[in-house]
Ligand binder design. Structure first.
Ligand code: NAP
Length: 291
């Protein structure tokens, strides 16, 4: 099948990001500060175990030290908060990540807020979100930050362009809209209560779909030449991984498009590594160490 759209190769772009992270990590290590990420997993959720394993592997490849902590599903919230407090106080740890979802007796929000803002490499805390809203430096959530890198890789000048984000979750849709706004795009955020999605997407120069439903964006909803970023991770009827975008149809109309898999997915871990090295560089600077 010939596609009109240029394929945005998330795997290759993530590899470049990780190579740069590796160079920065090596500089820090040479100065005696190995960037270190603590990854906490509570319970036995199989998908979470895979995510943690992938993060730990990516850390090792980039020269980032990962401390993997696994706890049984009946770990108390108090014990988890105490462990986070200890990691916050540990100057050799630069990033703290708690794999979601947590067992239902633990408040995810309390846990996220317990992570010191200087170590919130997932960028999920209210402080990190507030910094993004205010345009202040801080950790950007990894998936939308990765989407921005993919959009920039197309060479599109976002200033004055119309961007439509489908989805308004705190972890993807909302921060994505804010990042596009910061890049001077005119941003529309659509969600499940938007009556006519196509009316908005047809006017968009950039569409980011972060819904969790296959075929949400079809060819008739896309302006010719638009940049289309597919965050969705769904299983089709045959059990095959697919995004929110009808790739076969939309790739005939769009100017550039991410595939699923091989688009946004690889970027999320790459940006996590980047945030961790950022945290380590800031810590080194605060200690008066030049890297
Ligand atoms: P979420 O919290 O479930 O949010 C989904 C959003 O989509 C909500 O804002 C919802 O609107 C909106 N929505 C639902 N149906 C819609 C419709 N028919 N039309 C327009 N909007 C609709 O999901 P999420 O965490 O943001 O994740 C979204 C997708 O991205 C999922 O498939 C997830 O697996 C994937 N994801 C991938 C990565 C990656 O690394 N590749 C990372 C994170 C997430 P309401 O707010 O009105 O309910």
């Amino acid at each position: 099948m010939t596609t009109a759209a240029r394929l945005i190769d998330g795997t290759a772009i993530a590899r470049e990001v990780r190579a740069e992270v590796g160079r920065r990590a090596a500089r820090l290590a040479a100065a005696g500060r190995v960037p270190t990420l603590a990854v906490i997993l509570v319970g036995e959720d199989p998908a979470s175990q895979v995510y943690v394993r992938n993060k730990v592997k990516a850390c090792a490849e980039a020269g980032v030290c990962s401390l993997q902590e696994r706890y049984p599903a009946d770990l108390s919230e108090a014990d988890l908060l105490a462990r986070i407090a200890a990691l916050n106080a540990d100057r050799s740890v630069h990033g703290v990540l708690v794999q979601m979802p947590l067992p239902s007796h633990i408040s995810a929000q309390r846990v996220i807020e317990a992570i010191d803002a200087s170590k919130d490499v997932d960028g999920y805390s209210v402080e990190s979100a507030g910094r993004l809203v205010a345009g202040l430096p801080g950790f950007r959530p990894c998936t939308p930050w990765g989407c921005m890198t993919l959009i920039e890789s197309t060479g599109i000048a976002l200033r004055g362009k119309h961007a439509v984000v489908i989805g308004r979750s705190n972890t993807v849709g909302k921060p994505m809209a804010l990042l596009l706004l910061q890049a001077d795009a005119t941003v529309t955020v659509c969600h499940s209560r938007t009556p006519d999605l196509g009316e908005h997407t047809r006017r968009a120069d950039v569409v980011v779909a972060a819904v969790g439903r296959a075929n949400t964006l079809t060819a008739d909803m896309v302006k010719p030449g638009a940049v289309v970023i597919d965050v969705g991770m769904n299983r089709n009827a045959a059990g095959k991984l697919c995004g929110d975008v009808d790739f076969a149809g939309v790739s005939q109309v769009a100017g550039a498009i991410t595939p699923v898999p091989g688009g946004v997915g690889p970027m999320t871990i790459a940006m996590l590594l980047s945030n961790t090295v950022d945290a380590a560089e800031r810590a080194a600077k605060a200690e008066g160490l030049a890297t």
